[in-house]
Design a binder for this molecule. Structure first.
Ligand code: Q9C
Ligand code: ZN
Length: 344
């Protein structure tokens, strides 16, 4: 037991953080919120906040550029027509979002980009820019590089931005285009490995849940704010346990918005017991920091110390990759550093 603990520590020293500069290109200005336009919270600055905090910390970490990928990787989980649509975003597009969502069968398929947006997004609050495809592909490449790195290291990190866990097979939404964690899990499955995904973003990862709903090769566990009153509303209840072969391999833990750190850690501890029982070859963490108490769009009552505890609890696992999802306050840098300290 002592030995494996020492190994984890020693690998932590060589922990690699993957990030591609293309991920910074997608920078919409506004988000439609239902009661007006607000500044877009999912900003490129989020990555800089994290990198600056890592630099200021005394942690020895290596920032690495991932290998470039092409459209065949997102197509491992997304439909060809969705990926092709994003690949063909007009180069002169400034910023756009659907003004109508297709919810029943279309009798006319429009020829324009704007007209088609409503076919490929499930909310009007995910603005698209000319760089969305390039940035989303960069984000996937970071997730894939981090999972590949687990062949030689115990822990790795992918600074994914744009995030991914809301993206379904055929639709973007919730600031997400390609489901980074799902693409990584699918690739691992195809290599014969089982995967657990623990999603600790404030919001339920509806995309990830749906992609693996009928398989027992990926266990999906999510702790998130109760969808009865929080985005994404239509998914995330405890009743959603998976179906067919996947029955019992989907676990949702909805929590009250007022939930404090002790309650949160208790549910996290329960989730970790479930992960241990499933005993996957690889554990992927959909890591959201929008549970932080100052988060501008969400927020539970977690302070920086909670992320240190989270890291400590997760340091028990042998092949674990941290995949960034949400978190919109400047202090996500500090939260990230605490998570890494806990893991090491
Ligand atoms: N007033 C992620 O954290 N809008 N996506 C919520 C809140 C959408 C969040 C509005 C939130 C999506 C990855
Ligand atoms: Zn979120």
């Amino acid at each position: 037991m002592k030995i494996s603990y020492t190994i984890v520590r020693c690998f932590t020293q060589e922990m690699k953080i993957f990030f591609d500069e293309n991920q910074l290109l997608h920078a919409p200005k506004h988000e439609f919120t239902g009661n007006g336009l607000k500044p877009y919270p999912e900003r490129p600055d989020r990555i800089n906040w994290i990198l600056e905090a890592i630099e200021a910390s005394k942690l020895e970490l290596e920032i690495s550029k991932p290998e470039p990928i092409d459209s065949s990787q997102p197509k491992l989980v997304h439909t060809d027509e969705y990926v092709n649509f994003l690949q063909k975003i007009p180069r002169d597009l400034k910023e756009d979002a659907p003004t109508m969502l297709l919810v029943s069968e279309a009798r006319n398929l429009p020829s324009t980009f704007h007209g088609n947006l409503g076919r490929f997004f499930f909310d009007p609050a995910t603005p698209i820019t000319a760089s969305a495809y390039t940035s989303a592909l960069g984000s996937v490449s970071s997730a894939l590089a981090a999972t590949k790195d687990l062949e030689s290291n115990n822990i790795s990190v992918a600074l994914c931005r744009p995030p991914g866990h809301h993206a379904t097979r055929s639709h973007g939404g919730g600031y997400c285009f390609f489901n980074n964690v799902a693409i990584a899990a699918e690739l691992l499955n195809r290599q014969g490995k089982t995967v657990s995904i623990l999603d600790v973003d404030f919001h339920h990862g509806n995309g990830t849940q749906e992609i693996f709903y009928t398989t027992d090769k990926v266990q999906y566990i999510s702790i998130h704010a109760d969808p009865d009153s929080n985005y994404p509303f239509f998914w995330g209840s405890m009743k959603e346990i998976g179906s067919e072969n996947g029955r019992g391999f989907n676990l949702n833990f909805p929590i009250e918005n007022t939930c404090g750190e002790d309650d949160y850690i208790e549910i996290l501890t329960k989730s970790i017991a479930e992960l241990k029982e499933y005993n996957a070859d690889v554990v992927l963490i959909s890591m959201g920091f929008d549970t932080y108490y100052l988060d501008p769009i969400a927020g539970l009552n977690l302070d920086v110390g909670a992320y240190n505890k989270m890291g400590e609890l997760l340091s028990d696992f042998n092949h674990i990759a941290i995949i960034l999802e949400g978190g919109y306050h400047q202090n996500i840098g500090k939260c990230f550093v605490e998570l890494l300290r806990g893991l090491s």
